[in-house]
Write a protein that binds this ligand. Structure first.
Ligand SMILES: [Zn+2]
Length: 105
């Protein structure tokens, strides 16, 4: 670890940047209890919000692991069954290609 160059931003500046950044992705995965786990990611693939849906929507806790790698893990704590769900995501696949309309009108 360590050895990363740069890092000129103070934590406050980074927080401001994250707040201002519009480049976010939402990922989801099914829990073993059939709830759907969601997480909202910032442009560094850090979890900024998580929730789960199983008929109703509940706030969940989740965290990203190893976001410096091309493939990183997201760990959820399911609010419905209490299981930890660990899922692997490909960082490159989360980037919406410019001009490829993702959302339906
Ligand atoms: Zn569950």
């Amino acid at each position: 670890m360590a050895g990363l160059k740069g890092g000129g931003c103070t934590p406050a500046q980074q927080e401001l940047w994250l707040t201002m950044s519009a480049e976010r992705s939402t990922i989801h995965s099914a829990c073993e209890c059939q709830a759907i786990l969601y997480a909202s990611l910032d442009d560094k693939n850090l979890v900024v919000g998580a929730w789960a849906v199983q008929g109703i929507r509940e706030k969940a806790s989740a965290q990203s692991i190893g976001t410096e790698r091309a493939r990183f893990d997201v760990s959820w704590l399911c609010p419905f069954c209490g299981r930890h769900a660990l899922r692997r995501f490909d960082a490159a696949a989360l980037r919406p290609a410019a001009g490829s309309g993702v959302a339906a009108p």
